[in-house]
Write a protein that binds this ligand. Structure first.
Ligand code: NAD
Ligand code: ZN
Ligand code: ZN
Length: 345
């Protein structure tokens, strides 16, 4: 079969011929219905130097996947061939404290395992077939379409986790700022609409992202610029934001976050844009908390799928056949994807 593989660091992914995978004991073979193209894959292929992450090459990209169970390895029980499934992507040891809580994204042994998940050190979903090492990573889709559901496993799960940890701050009269309305940000706006009464302010550098943010329920939109902080503060009614979700993560967006977050607020950095933030006594508002978050938990994925089934959130997808997977990433790189690019092998 064909697979879009990462073969070298700081090198574009390549479509290559690889053997069809066979599920070993305890493993499940999934026929991929959709594999989302995440901006993290571009950081991985274009930017990260060798040695930064404990991953060995080559492997097939695609950490945002859904499809149908194709075959079961020896000993697998509890899933049915033909069942539509979402694949929970962060794969930990399954035995440590955080893994047992369903938080395999924060596995205590991640560094030792040499795999961060599907399409991150082990073959992912940018191919017709993919091995899932354990059925515990599969969640039934019910009536959701795998192409629509693929982005839910990361583009929605990651902002869902970031929103949920700050939900108690998002009371009536509060404001939340979403910086970057791409794959993750366009789901964040919908998740915020579904979960809380806060006023939503969206910031992006692309006009079409701001149009999309409005369409999806943002109350105010602000074009990113050196004066964006003043415009965002005005949209927050002058008091600052209870929560800022930064889906870009550059020096500029983090500085914007600090400039608009209110005392006691949360600035959550989700974007891996390579920026950093100086923290000093008078440089950040009193008792503001700054955190990074990574992906989300398995129970949260179950909740995200339930929100989608209830019609409260829906990924806007732009689809590409596997033969044009490189084009999906090229479009993501050039900023011409609206919502999420999904490869349909
Ligand atoms: P994307 O390319 O789909 O969207 C990025 C959006 O940010 C675009 O709309 C772009 O116009 C906008 N943007 C870029 N620079 C900006 C700036 N300076 N000011 C305002 N807006 C700006 O990317 P994505 O797939 O949504 O991923 C977003 C980021 O989140 C990436 O860095 C990705 O690696 C990261 N990510 C992190 C996690 C995690 O668990 N922490 C998970 C997935 C993705
Ligand atoms: Zn991702
Ligand atoms: Zn673990």
């Amino acid at each position: 079969m064909q697979a879009l593989q990462m073969t070298a660091w700081q090198h574009e992914a390549e479509l290559r011929e690889v053997p069809n995978p066979e599920p070993g004991p305890g493993e499940v073979l999934v026929r991929i219905g959709g594999a989302g193209a995440c901006h993290s894959d571009l950081h991985l292929t274009d930017e990260f130097p060798p040695g930064l992450l404990p991953l060995s090459l080559p492997f097939t990209l695609g950490h945002e996947n859904a499809g149908w169970v194709e075959a079961l390895g020896p000993g697998v029980q509890g899933v049915e061939v033909g069942e539509p499934v979402a694949i929970y992507g962060p794969w930990g040891c399954g035995r440590c404290r955080t893994c047992l809580l369903g938080m395999e994204d924060y596995c205590e042994h991640q560094g030792e395992i040499g795999v961060m998940g599907a399409g991150l050190g082990r073959d992912g979903g940018m191919a017709p077939l993919m091995i899932v090492p354990n059925p515990r990573h599969l969640v039934s889709l019910g009536n959701l379409d795998p192409v629509q559901a693929a982005p839910l496993t990361d583009a929605a799960l990651t902002p869902y986790h970031a929103v949920k940890r700050s939900l108690d701050l998002l009371v009536p009269g509060s404001t939340v700022v979403v910086i970057g309305v791409g794959g993750l940000g366009h789901m964040a706006v919908q998740i915020l609409q579904a979960l809380c009464p806060a006023t939503i302010v969206a910031v992006d550098q692309r006009e079409e992202s701001l149009v999309l943010a409005k369409e999806l329920g943002a109350h105010h939109v602000v074009q990113s610029s050196p004066d964006a902080a003043a415009a965002v503060r005005e949209a927050c009614g002058g008091q600052g934001a209870a929560v800022v979700l930064d889906f870009v993560g550059t020096d500029a967006t983090m500085a914007l976050g600090v400039a608009v977050v209110r005392p006691l607020g949360h600035l959550t950095i989700v974007g891996i844009g390579g920026g950093s933030l100086p923290v000093s006594f008078f440089g950040v508002p009193y008792e503001a908390s700054i955190a990074t978050t990574y992906w989300g938990t398995l129970p949260e994925l179950v909740e995200v799928l339930a929100l989608a089934r209830a019609g409260r959130i829906e990924a806007r997808v732009q689809t590409y056949p596997l033969a044009r997977a490189a084009e999906a990433y090229a479009d993501l790189r050039s900023g011409s994807v609206r919502g999420r690019a999904v490869v349909v092998p």
